[in-house]
Design a protein around this ligand. Structure first.
Ligand SMILES: C[S@@+](CC[C@H](N)C(=O)[O-])C[C@H]1O[C@@H](n2cnc3c(N)ncnc32)[C@H](O)[C@@H]1O
Length: 237
């Protein structure tokens, strides 16, 4: 990853999300359909190692089946982590562009409602970082807001963006660059769904192509890797 995209340590960015954390869980029902759709397609298996990046208040961690034990939340906001219910999952305070795990060590990376809050440079870096920590054949699952089609949807998006601007929550733009970023990172899209109950969302699952790993990153793993994982087909269930 280019040095320009190496993030400062988690905590060095402004934490607009921390102040919102106490009320964030109130709107989780509007995200639930997209998250359950994503997890149904990703279908993490017991024994697989899962990283929930930008974990927020823990909706994904709580939605992963209990028997999938090696789940870790990655979240830079101390406020979000303090307000989170992670269902007993491990938590690491870190940034999406600098994940604290070894390259090629993760079976599943989830980025739920994360990539649209990053600016374009960080989004590209975060996708590349996710691809880098996945083992060959590993899966990346993404939920992003979809381009609004109706007047009502446009009004909701506009209101969300104004709130985000006022609160310093990040870019909050529909990430229309996502397909190119996935391809550039060596990821192949296996599944795309649009969910409309709750927030209008695009749910995308991709796999990391088999092949050589990228050069080693500086990050080290504070979370011990789980043992050999069975590859899981994408698109099951
Ligand atoms: C819209 S919330 C989504 C939370 C959760 N994934 C969900 O689906 O409910 C965005 C989250 O991304 C986190 N975030 C913002 N910038 C980040 C970054 N550079 N790296 C990792 N997480 C980040 C925020 O702190 C916030 O918790």
């Amino acid at each position: 990853m280019p040095a320009a995209h190496r993030a400062p340590d988690a905590g060095a960015r402004p934490d607009g999300w921390g102040a919102l954390a106490p009320v964030y869980r109130w709107q989780e029902p509007l995200q639930r359909r997209s998250v359950t759709t994503l997890l149904r397609v990703l279908a993490p298996l017991p024994g697989e190692r899962v990283l929930d990046v930008g974990a927020g208040t823990g909706l994904v961690c709580r939605s992963v089946p209990d028997e999938v034990r090696a789940v870790a939340a990655v979240e830079p906001s101390a406020g979000m982590l303090a307000a989170a219910d992670l269902a007993g999952r491990a938590a690491v305070r870190a940034d999406a562009v600098r994940l604290p795990v070894a390259d090629g060590s993760v079976d599943v990376v989830v980025a739920s409602w994360l990539l649209h809050v990053l600016d374009a440079g960080d989004r590209a870096a975060a996708v590349a970082e996710a691809a880098g920590v996945l083992r060959p054949g590993g899966r990346l699952g993404v939920v992003v807001p979809a381009v609004p089609r109706t007047t009502g949807q446009r009004l909701v998006r506009g209101a969300a963006r104004r709130l985000a601007d006022r609160r310093g929550l990040g870019a909050f733009r529909v990430p229309v660059d996502l397909p190119g970023l996935l391809t550039d990172a060596g990821l192949q899209v296996r599944h795309h769904a649009r969910t409309g109950r709750g927030y209008l969302a695009d749910v995308v699952v991709c796999t990391r192509a088999p092949g050589p790993r990228r050069p080693p990153a500086v990050a080290v793993s504070p979370v011990s890797p789980v043992g050999p994982a069975a590859p899981a087909p994408v698109g099951r269930a």
